[in-house]
Design a protein around this ligand. Structure first.
Ligand SMILES: *Cc1c(COP(=O)(O)O)cnc(C)c1O
Length: 217
């Protein structure tokens, strides 16, 4: 199957209010361009250096999503062109994004990453930490970031019920937080192995890599 066929297959079953982010990490620019030519505009990358290498090689109307773990000292390299930062997992990082955005007089869209998986190695806020953050005065002072929703990664398991309950917990949390902050609308969860389930559980943004570009080394 070609990249174009893979994209079409996913889009055939995609509700109109769900955004497909094509995760192109480790894949060369010419493969991204192939997806671009098939109409894809949202792409996700995990590594700052790789994104900075690819950005100038590809069309300017691509919406670049940063979906990896972002180190505070690297925010400045992507701030001028990033469309949405998915993995904001600390207040320190959010403050740095705000600081760099202020410098260039932009407002940057961000998602707060929630830790819902069993694995300790995955990043993100607990629900309690995240709720405290959203309610804090310090958070309200960050006027150069737009926190528009949440991102999560389910456990690496074959157990669909486990994955489902993790996705649903993110959706529930959003519903709980919406009265406090009506801007929260985006739910970024679902990857190649679990995106149909993610959509059923209320995802509005799926991040799909290998099902489009083939497996990674
Ligand atoms: C790599 C990655 C994806 C895509 O994974 P696939 O299984 O290839 O679809 C999605 N989200 C994040 C955060 C990733 O790192």
């Amino acid at each position: 199957m070609s990249i174009q066929d893979n994209l079409q297959h996913i889009k055939d079953n995609l509700p109109s209010d769900v955004t497909l982010v094509a995760v192109s990490k480790t894949k060369p620019a010419d493969m991204i361009f192939e997806a671009y030519n098939a109409g894809q505009r949202d792409f996700g990358e995990n590594y700052v250096q790789e994104l900075c290498d690819k950005f100038p090689q590809l069309p300017g109307d691509i919406r670049w999503h940063f979906i990896g773990h972002l180190q505070t000292n690297k925010v400045k390299y992507i701030i001028s062109f990033v469309h949405l930062i998915h993995g904001v997992d600390s207040f320190k990082l959010l403050k740095e994004i705000n600081k760099q955005a202020l410098k260039i007089e932009k407002k940057i869209n961000c998602l707060l990453q929630l830790h819902v998986a069993i694995e300790e190695t995955k990043f993100g806020f607990s629900f309690t930490e995240c709720e405290e953050l959203l309610k804090s005065g310090e958070f309200k002072n960050l006027t150069s970031v737009n926190v528009i929703g949440f991102m999560g990664m389910a456990s690496n398991t074959e157990n669909k019920n486990q994955i489902k309950s993790e996705f649903e917990s993110i959706k529930k949390f959003k519903e709980k937080m919406s009265p406090i902050n009506p801007q929260l609308s985006v739910l970024s969860f679902g990857m190649s192995g679990d995106y149909p389930l993610a959509i059923d559980c209320g995802s509005t943004m799926i991040r799909v890599g290998s099902a489009i570009f083939g497996s990674r080394n």
